[in-house]
Design a protein around this ligand. Sequence first.
Ligand code: ATP
Ligand code: MG
Length: 180
Amino acid sequence: MAETEPPQAETLRLFFALWPDDATRDTLNRTGKWLHQHWGGRRMRADTLHITLAFLGSTPVDRLDTLFACADAVAVEPFELVLDQAGYWRHNRIGWLGASETPLPHHELVGALNTRLQEEGFPVDTRPHVPHVTLLRNSAGGEVQKCTPVRWAASDFVLVTSRTEPSGAQYEVIRRWPLA
Ligand code: ATP
Ligand code: MG
């Protein structure tokens, strides 16, 4: 007789992120094209470009309301990120775009979110946060390079679902919170 599996709670793979507007996305994508010429690898699709603020991973859907409340409680003013250097992580062969100077509100946003998430028992990443846009995967990389600065006006943040499909990661913004 076949055994019946116990019912599994439905889950979503989730993360909080800064999500670029169309013009910023376009500029990021052009920077990705430039970096690819130097470092090679696989370029990220334009529609996937983002900055992760807090990665939650597999999360039961019945925790969504608590997650929304965590984000509701965040009060941080809008800010501008200036992404002016390309970096490379050897351990995961990722080429990325980052900032030589991170504005205080960005740190406040990451800190406030992670504090709320931790208080509600979500697993949070305790490593120091490096704001970055992943541009290249499986890249040979190189030395940190200065690049034409990409100005990113962050006026909101989002909660995103991530699904792995044969064509690569598929992200979908499920909710948006204004910075104020
Ligand atoms: P895939 O894993 O399918 O190759 P992906 O890495 O783009 O694709 P996710 O693993 O769902 O998709 O990650 C979503 C975002 O969260 C990415 O920006 C990723 O770099 C970041 N991320 C993933 N795992 C962690 C983690 N453990 N800590 C911090 N950020 C993470
Ligand atoms: Mg991943």
